[in-house]
Design a protein around this ligand. Structure first.
Ligand SMILES: [Zn+2]
Length: 438
């Protein structure tokens, strides 16, 4: 039913934002509770005044007489929040089942058009679940497909979140699948493989030129548990290679996200000047201090590592269990040290049919308050995207991206898995709270 409502609203009403002009019709969204994305406490009986695609005022309910032309959406006892932001997604991955060909079949057998169609469905799923913005962390062999999906969303052709795309990603020779085939074969890779600072800089230039908002770099690849029981990760790029990418990307006014599990590869990611560490399974105290000094973001993606463990007596099964054992510790240490942390899930690494918001419970499990967890996916994530004050907050000047849930997420964070109302850019795209379509 939700999907039906979504489709009707998403297409019939068009996802096109209204112009934000002074004479644009006034729209009010009311609910009993409001969490604005920044304040530590929810507020009671507020209303959000929207003109076009922007919030113009957040005020006490019924505090002013309404113009006759104003439209009102009253969500009753619900809780309003800013549209959520997932800063680590993969719309071009679908949580592939190994028995159905896993990762490799996508690059070897699927038409590019099929992968794009599935990515379009994934983008819609993000929006349906209340994620009105995503930073998509590479296309896994689907080239620049994310650039076109983003364009189609921005033009209102298909429903989906605001997107920051990273196109192809960069790793080194031996640093990304496809792997394990006859050495005589030349196979497609899920990443652009470079060797040396010149190739590194050239790859960044190509990707930035073709539409990458962020550059995604793999600083570690394979991981395993050694004889002493430690998690070991194979490093990929050198510091010199990464520095060339970071220098080039910063020159374009854009940023670099680094997949880095632990050890030497994570150290190189920090020494090379990465803007965000993705996953960061095992971060030492010295590395936490370096992140604080450099202002590095941490996007932990906890939940994905709890899915699809191999049997415990296998090498990969031991690795799967070791990863989560060290990850929660790193998360807690970074949180208490004050490292900048943003919500990210790696969805696509698990199926888009599963709730993206499962990650909130893991954040709370490892030490965030429910409000901190919400802020990690609202104001903090917006800061990572360079959109402080415009996204991830319900305040004057922000984009009119908002969601509502039926009960209090501070009492039970899991209600964020059941987002009932979604508005993006001032246009309602989903509601199962009985609100009238304006
Ligand atoms: Zn990822």
């Amino acid at each position: 039913m939700n999907r039906l409502i979504f489709l009707i609203l998403g297409f019939a009403a068009c996802a096109c934002p209204a112009a934000n002009t002074p004479d644009a019709p006034m729209l009010l969204v009311r609910a009993q509770w409001l969490i604005d994305g920044i304040a530590d406490k929810p507020r009671h009986n507020m209303e959000i005044v929207i003109r076009g695609n922007r919030v113009v005022e957040v005020r006490a309910r019924d505090s002013q007489a309404l113009p006759a032309s104003a439209q009102v959406i009253d969500l009753g006892p619900a809780t309003l929040l800013p549209g959520l932001i997932d800063t680590h997604t993969h719309i071009f991955l679908q949580g592939e089942d190994p028995a159905a060909g896993g990762y490799d079949v996508q690059l070897l057998k699927y038409p590019a058009s099929y992968r794009v169609v599935r990515a379009v469905a994934s983008a819609r799923r993000a929006l349906e679940q209340g994620f009105t913005s995503i930073r998509d962390m590479e296309t896994e062999g689907a080239g620049y497909g994310d650039v076109g999906v983003k364009q189609a969303i921005d033009e209102g052709i298909i429903p989906g979140p605001r997107m920051w795309v990273s196109t192809v990603s960069i790793s080194s020779t031996g640093g990304y699948p496809l792997e394990g085939y006859a050495p005589e074969l030349t196979l497609p890779k899920g990443s652009q493989l470079i060797d040396g600072p010149v190739e590194a800089r050239k790859a960044a230039r190509e990707q930035l030129d073709k539409g990458a908002d962020w550059i995604k770099v793999y600083m570690t690849h394979r991981s395993w548990v050694d004889a002493q029981g430690a998690l070991i990760s194979q490093p990929t790029l050198t510091v010199e290679e990464l520095k060339a990418i970071v220098d080039e990307t910063h020159g374009w006014g854009r940023k670099v996200a680094c997949h880095a599990y632990n050890g030497l590869g994570l150290q190189r990611a920090l020494d090379g000047g990465c803007d965000s560490i993705e996953h960061g399974l095992e971060i030492t105290d010295a590395q936490i201090a370096q992140m604080l000094k450099q202002g590095t973001w941490y996007v932990p993606t906890l939940q994905v590592y709890y899915t699809d463990w191999d049997p415990p007596d296998t090498d990969s099964g031991k690795r799967d269990r070791k990863r989560v054992a060290v990850h929660g510790v790193s998360f807690s240490k970074a949180l208490h040290a004050g490292v900048k942390m943003a919500f990210g899930t790696d969805v696509g690494g698990f199926k888009w049919s599963e709730p993206i918001a499962e990650e909130f419970a893991r954040e709370v499990e490892f030490g965030m308050t429910p409000m901190q967890a919400i802020q990690s996916a609202t104001s903090r994530a917006a800061e990572l995207l360079g959109k402080r004050g415009e996204l991830g907050v319900l305040a004057p000047g922000a984009y009119a991206d908002l969601i509502a849930v039926a009960s209090d997420p501070l009492a039970d964070i899991s209600v964020l898995k059941s987002v009932q109302f979604v508005m993006k850019d001032g246009v309602m795209v989903k509601s199962s709270l009985g609100a009238a379509v304006p």
